[in-house]
Design a protein around this ligand. Structure first.
Ligand SMILES: [Zn+2]
Length: 319
């Protein structure tokens, strides 16, 4: 199997690059790619990180997974695309600097599209051809801290059931079943539309990386590989909580955000999530959960200045 410049061979970890476009000087826009090929043939698990530039927990989780991987125990191949958006990664930005696009709204991409659509197309078309399952590793971005959770799409079909099983396999304590039109252009939804089970795993963010975030992403790869019977199932099973539709809560005032809740917390209607405090130290807004019962999936970075209308939290409704 050839992935970019990597010609993989049994029982090896190959490292190279995958071309996703060209710079104005004609040189290649590339992402580092790693292919871990087991001793025996089997499924292909595609893992990608840095769809959003600063979300480095994904590549660090991939490194952590590979550092403990025993190739003699692996069946099939794990293909790791380390910077799905190398331009955003280089520029420390969430979106592609050249066209301002969110790569995770540009899938499946287009070979004659704008730069982000082209980059999405180059990796997506390859993954859609060779992969049996896809993990898209995220970490909230610089402005939000995400609790450990996973997004998938199960429409009740056989493919939906495989996507749900993949979501349960990654070891996250919380699952979100996103409708097909939930995040139009997201990688995981585009893979599912192409018949491939795929999930988006979130852990951490807020311009910092914790050892837990790295381990959560490494655990996600081990769990998905175990589900595909590529590796023995060594991790303890997790019984995740199931959440409903996501609600984005926004500030109505500008100031500095002071959280009073913690991501991953369960809230009832009226529970305080945080406060907007102006530069005179006065509380100008108290942000509360409007949902009867909800799980706090993501929270604005502590003490971050916010505009009126900025996202403060993401809530997933609980039954
Ligand atoms: Zn992200």
């Amino acid at each position: 199997m050839r992935i970019g410049t990597v010609e993989s061979a049994p029982s090896t970890i190959g490292k190279g690059t995958l071309t996703l476009g060209e710079y104005p000087d004609g040189s290649a826009i590339t992402s580092p790619v790693i292919v871990a090929q087991g001793a025996t043939k089997g499924p292909v698990l595609w893992v990608q990180g840095c769809v959003h530039g600063p979300e480095i927990s994904g590549p660090l989780g991939i490194q952590a997974f590979l550092s403990k991987l025993r190739l003699d125990a692996l069946r099939g191949s794990v293909v790791c695309l380390l910077t799905a958006n190398p331009l955003a990664y280089r520029d420390y930005r969430r979106f592609t600097p050249q066209d301002g696009a969110n790569l995770n709204r540009a899938y499946p991409g287009h070979p004659e599209g704008a730069l982000s659509e082209l980059m999405a197309y180059c990796s997506f078309s390859l993954a859609a051809e060779i992969a049996d399952a896809v993990l898209d590793l995220h970490s909230g971005g610089d402005h939000l801290v995400c609790a450990h959770h996973v997004y998938y799409h199960d429409d009740g079909s056989a493919l939906g059931a495989r996507a749900a099983a993949l979501a349960r396999s990654v070891g996250a304590p919380f699952l979100c079943n996103v409708p097909a039109n939930g995040f139009v252009g997201a990688a995981f939804l585009s893979f599912i539309a192409r018949g491939k089970p795929a999930v988006l795993v979130e852990s951490g963010g807020g311009a910092r990386v914790t050892p837990e975030d790295i381990e959560n992403h490494a655990r996600a790869i081990r769990g998905a590989a175990a589900l595909l019977e590529m590796l023995p199932a060594d991790d303890a099973e997790v019984s995740p909580q199931q959440g409903g539709e996501l609600l984005v809560l926004r500030s109505t005032r500008g100031g500095v955000f002071h959280p009073t809740a913690t991501q991953g917390q369960t809230l009832v209607q009226g529970d305080e999530i945080g406060r907007i405090v102006n530069l005179f130290g006065e509380v100008v807004e108290i942000c509360r959960s409007p949902l009867t019962r909800a799980w706090l999936a993501a929270l604005r970075r502590p003490h971050m200045p916010v505009y009126s209308g900025d996202e403060i939290a993401e809530l997933s409704a609980l039954a």
